[in-house]
Design a protein around this ligand. Structure first.
Ligand code: DP6
Length: 418
């Protein structure tokens, strides 16, 4: 139903980044509140390349809460959406928009309904953590519309109830999710360790790996791991606490060697926990393993890490280089092994495409002329089509309000998605 004549629509739009964990969250001690079994640490990615944009509109003429994701209406009846909506509504305050002649009292929010439209600037099907950006953005933007004044720690604990990893998308740069001790989850919040400017040489290259397999969701995968993997308990209690301290130190001192060793070891241990689960969960595939081999051989031959790799609940590789020079060298090796299937170089690299010219790759001829990486076992083996495309990105900032009316996803007259 569209807006009735004489009724107003109030709206806010926000944009939130996605994040990638370098010390992984895997396992809950409380499923309903989403409380983890260990701390985790992540880097926030540039929202220009990977983010969710969400508009939230409110009007007295909306009969119910509704949501559209990437243009399609989705149900809001799930517990995770309801928890986020309830927690933000509880903290809603008076709102006054003099220009529009709107006045909403704190108590009115219980009766008012919202329309939410959200959009990811990267394909959801690519298996990149879209729930982290999505729930962080939902909570941030609802908070803006409802004039919620809570600090970011509190917002992170609400976003956590949408999806655990979403609490880390409330900040830019380097972020730690402290598991907390309280049963009510009040101290399970994210904190910023350093902003994105602290270590801005880092370059992130994501290989979006082709996969036809339907993956086990993080939620059900980690539930199975908690119930069946003895390694998960050992990891959470003995390994992670120490690793988190070392990772904080590596970030603080911009020690790439330590950062890279910890990142790779933690990704591998997370996937070992998946293997230790009954039934075992395989998130990585042959392409993922080939990328690990390539990086490990390169790192070993140089005697010190040149790039770090990390993999989430899917086959995509997230590669972190200390600078553009190493990112360009990495790209040469990757493009030798995984040349584009359709001969179109420019659509094979999204995000910061300029890394291609840093690597001297301005045309397909340049790609074809690449020498085989010294680290390859069988130097002439190529795996065309095994990587769908690459994304080149960097660290980025936390959620922001989007003020340009043209970027809003809801029509301010009809109250429906544009
Ligand atoms: C492998 O946050 O997606 O990406 O809390 O059940 O929504 P839920 O799970 P989710 O799990 C993310 C797991 C991970 C590691 C990480 O991001 O720390």
């Amino acid at each position: 139903m569209a807006v009735e004549e004489g009724q107003w629509v109030l709206m806010a739009t926000g944009r939130s980044p996605t994040n990638i964990a370098v010390i992984k969250y895997w396992g809950k001690r409380d499923e309903a509140l989403i409380l983890p079994v260990n701390d985790s640490i992540s880097v926030t990615l540039d929202p220009g390349h990977l983010s969710a944009t969400t508009s939230v509109a409110v009007s007295p003429s909306f009969p119910s809460d509704r949501m559209w994701l990437n243009g399609k209406e989705i149900s809001l009846s799930g517990g995770r959406f309801q928890n986020c909506l309830r927690e933000i509504r509880k903290r809603a305050r008076d709102v006054e928009d003099e220009k529009k002649g709107i006045r909403i009292n704190k108590e009115d929010w219980e009766k008012l309904h919202v329309h939410i439209a959200s959009y990811n600037n990267f394909p959801t099907a690519a298996g990149l953590a879209s729930s982290a950006a999505g729930f962080a953005c939902l909570v941030f933007t609802l908070g803006k519309v409802m004039n919620v004044m809570e600090d970011y720690g509190e917002l992170s604990s609400i976003a956590r109830q949408g999806s655990g990893s979403a609490c880390r998308s409330i900040y830019g740069g380097f972020v730690k999710w402290c598991m907390g001790k309280n049963n009510d989850g009040s101290d399970s919040i994210a904190v910023q360790l350093a902003d994105e400017a602290h270590w801005n040489d880092l370059v992130i290259i994501i290989a979006v790996v082709s996969s036809k397999q339907k993956e086990t969701s993080s939620t059900s995968g980690m539930r199975d791991s908690v119930e069946t993997s003895p390694l998960l308990q050992y990891r959470a209690q003995t390994i992670v606490p120490n690793r988190v301290l070392k990772m904080e130190e590596a970030i603080k001192s911009r020690n790439f060697e330590s950062f890279a060793r910890l990142t790779c070891a933690d990704s591998n241990q997370f996937h070992a926990v998946c293997m230790d689960t009954s039934s075992p969960i395989f998130y990585m595939n042959d392409t993922s393993h080939r990328i690990i081999n390539l990086v490990e051989k390169w790192n070993q031959s140089e005697g010190t890490p040149q790039v770090a790799y990390t993999f989430d609940a899917g086959p995509n590789a997230v590669l972190i280089a200390p600078n553009r020079k190493n990112a360009a060298l990495l790209l040469q090796k990757l493009l030798y092994c995984f040349p584009p299937q359709d001969h179109d170089l420019s659509s094979y690299m999204v995000g910061d495409k300029s890394i291609l010219s840093d690597a001297g790759l301005n045309s397909m001829e340049d790609v074809e002329a690449l020498p085989a990486p010294a680290e390859m076992k069988t130097p002439n083996q190529k795996f065309k089509g095994d990587v769908s495309y690459f994304i080149c990105s960097r660290l980025g900032a936390g959620p922001k309000v989007v003020t340009e009316e043209t970027q809003a996803l809801i029509d301010s007259v009809t109250g429906l998605p544009k």
